[in-house]
Design a protein around this ligand. Structure first.
Ligand SMILES: [Zn+2]
Length: 487
């Protein structure tokens, strides 16, 4: 049924900027570490009459850098606007935002979509600056308000409706988060609400170019909520068309618990924000030289780093993409490299394999790994020097994740060093051969595939510590000798 329809999705992303002070006053912006509610406040961010806002230059710089990283144009004139509405978390009765003359316009990104990672271009309509609202807490029949967040700089990134699947939405959202983290302007910590999504969704008959009535889902605060809500809403709209109905233009909320979208207000009740230019802030002239200086100061971004990983380290595209998808992971990889004898390909496959598997299993981010890159480098050195086997290395890595101990310490404490001397291995091989006469017999009769099984028995007898190369050599020569004695 779904092939008959195509979803058309645009995304608005609100990102808090990590500036020292708020958007229009000198209060600290880091509300997450405030000692108590309503301590990072002043007459400006609590909306007292007669106060005057001042634009935060650092927020402008961060906003321009994000816009440049998203290939946007920065118009020379920028105007702040009042977005008028009343809500208890917005005591001024308006939010200072941007409307007709935003910070940046006409950008684009290319993101790998789905399992095949097909690159898709998604256009960015605009990027603008605004201020965050206060936070409300509801306790029984009372509501409490904390103004520490009021006035924190928010960057709003608005895409064109260029996404047609949940996979594309996820790839785009992850890419934007990644760019923000590469630029160091947002922690990407969605549990703390520093990144919030709104999705505009409509569906149309596949192959048509019409734009049908769309709905808007507000306040999606995790990738999980974003993808589930989007998938649900696409299904809901298709079901309406299939039953001959019409989709209503409305604003929806996402009910996390029941996994359904719920109507919040219909078109008749849509806000008319009556935007007008903010009279307390002069139009901002953005000088081209300043923009160019900010462009020159951009750090290496995900695409460039991915390309460098492919060219400088000879990594396959897919591996380079995984390693650079998180700045912290790419940093970790590059911190391991100079400290190990293992090749970049080997380090890459360890990190994408075992290392990421542990992160997923433990549901932790790279920042929470309990050992430094040097420890992983040394673990790979122990393998390269044939002090331990691959199998042992995996076991040691597990323990490193559990205790944070250095690999040599674990290897010594648990006697895990590889058995690589003939005098120890040969008797074990003899024993395996004696205990499995039928297997040896079938090998000598030409069934060479059992060789691997015999190797496995030796590995088992040594709990994975037998040097596989030497074991193979010794086992082979012993079996060759047996064969010769038969002739
Ligand atoms: Zn303030």
């Amino acid at each position: 049924m779904e092939q008959k329809y195509e979803a058309v999705i645009g995304l608005e992303i609100h990102a808090e900027l990590q500036t020292r002070s708020k958007m229009f006053c000198a209060c600290p912006a880091d509300y997450a570490h405030a000692e108590s509610p309503n301590t990072h406040i002043c007459p400006i961010c609590t909306g007292q009459p007669g106060t005057l806002p001042v634009v935060n230059r650092a927020a402008l710089e961060q906003g321009i850098q994000v816009a440049l990283a998203l290939h946007c144009t920065i118009p020379p004139l920028n105007i702040f606007a009042r977005k008028n509405y009343y809500y208890p978390d917005l005591p001024k009765g308006y939010q200072i935002s941007q409307y007709e003359m935003p910070l940046a316009v006409n950008g684009w990104v290319e993101v790998p979509v789905g399992k095949e990672g097909t690159l898709q271009r998604i256009r960015i309509r605009r990027v603008h600056l605004e201020e965050d609202t206060a936070k409300l807490f509801h306790q029984g029949d009372r509501s409490l308000i904390d103004f520490n967040r009021a006035g924190v700089p928010l960057l709003e990134i608005v895409s064109e409706p260029d996404m047609h699947s949940v996979d594309a939405v996820l790839a785009y959202a992850m890419h934007i988060r990644n760019v923000l983290r590469y630029l160091g302007v947002n922690s990407g910590d969605m549990q703390k609400g520093v990144l919030r999504f709104e999705a505009n969704i409509s569906v149309r008959p596949a192959g048509s170019q019409e734009l049908r009535t769309r709905t808007e889902i507000k306040n999606l605060n995790s990738f999980r909520a974003l993808t589930r809500a989007t998938a649900y809403e696409i299904r809901r709209q298709i079901a309406i068309y299939e039953s001959g109905g019409q989709v209503l233009q409305e604003t929806l909320g996402w009910d996390e618990e029941h996994e359904v979208t719920l109507s919040q207000r219909s078109k008749e009740h849509a806000h008319d924000y009556r935007y007008f230019p903010e009279p307390d802030l002069p139009p901002l002239q953005i000088e081209a030289a300043w923009v160019e200086a900010l462009r020159a100061a951009l750090p290496e971004l995900p695409e460039a780093r991915r390309q460098r990983f492919i060219e400088a380290y000879g990594l396959p595209v897919a591996e380079a993409r995984i390693l650079t998808a998180e700045k912290s992971l790419a940093d970790y990889f590059e911190a391991v490299l100079p400290q190990t004898q293992a090749s970049p390909r080997e380090v890459s496959s360890w990190m994408i394999g075992e290392f990421l598997r542990h992160l997923n299993e433990r549901q932790i981010e790279v920042e929470a790994v309990p050992f430094p890159p040097q420890a992983l480098a040394e673990l790979l050195n122990l393998v390269a020097q044939r002090t331990i086997t691959m199998a042992t290395a995996k076991e040691v890595l597990r323990e490193m994740f559990e205790s944070g101990a250095m690999p040599q310490v674990i290897v010594e404490a648990r006697g895990l060093a590889q058995i690589a001397d003939e005098a120890t291995l040969m008797p074990l091989i003899e024993q395996v051969l004696q205990e499995n006469p039928q297997v040896v017999e079938s090998y000598l009769n030409g069934k060479e595939s059992v060789f691997q099984w015999l190797m496995g028995q030796v590995a088992r007898a040594t709990r994975g510590k037998a040097d596989p190369q030497l074991t193979r050599q010794l086992l082979q020569s012993r079996l060759d000798a047996l064969r010769r004695s038969r002739l």
